[in-house]
Design a protein around this ligand. Structure first.
Ligand SMILES: [Zn+2]
Length: 168
């Protein structure tokens, strides 16, 4: 992270209903695997997260290549390609549509931020990506819950934040 801290990493975001609907459709389609993706939005309207982008969960790919080092499959967790993520964050920044949210789903589990999620997205008190995190819970193939999580500065923990869903 460089420069000033963008306000959306503190949460309080605004999602158009269609964007949230698409994230939830993605989560249901991928069930019983975890889905993941980004939501970008205009730099000049910090709380607005209006542009969803689906990403591939690479957990199964790594598991196939090296099951000892990556014992879990996409049913248990998700892995975003870090190079693609870095490029997407850079491209978003350059185009005035920065990525504000990384989303993923939990299958047959709640929309909490797991210890694994926290370890993936914060290290030694530093947030790894300058964004907030949406977790969608899918239970028996149906959307059960969704929660937004934000990094607590100087720690490796995340707190629940609020968001609103707006009709365009
Ligand atoms: Zn998770």
């Amino acid at each position: 992270m460089s420069g000033e801290i963008p306000s959306w990493i503190r949460g309080g975001l605004r999602f158009p209903r269609a964007v949230l609907d698409d994230i939830e459709a993605h989560a249901v389609e991928e069930y019983p695997s975890e889905c993941c993706g980004f939501v970008a939005g205009p730099a000049d309207d910090p709380p607005l997260a209006s542009q969803g982008a689906r990403e591939v969960n690479e957990a199964d790919k790594y598991h196939r290549l090296d099951p000892e080092r990556f014992p879990r499959t996409s049913k248990m967790y998700f892995k975003i390609n870090e190079l693609r993520a870095a490029r997407s964050f850079e491209a978003g920044e350059a185009s005035g549509q920065p990525i504000k949210v990384i989303y993923h789903s939990h299958c047959d589990a709640g929309a909490y931020f797991s210890a694994e999620d926290a370890a993936t997205f914060a290290s030694e008190g530093q947030l790894m990506w300058p964004c907030a995190f949406l977790v969608v819970s899918v239970v028996e193939g149906e959307i059960r819950d969704r929660k937004l999580w934000v990094h607590r500065p100087g720690t490796d923990t995340f707190d629940e934040s609020s968001f609103e869903v707006v009709d365009p």
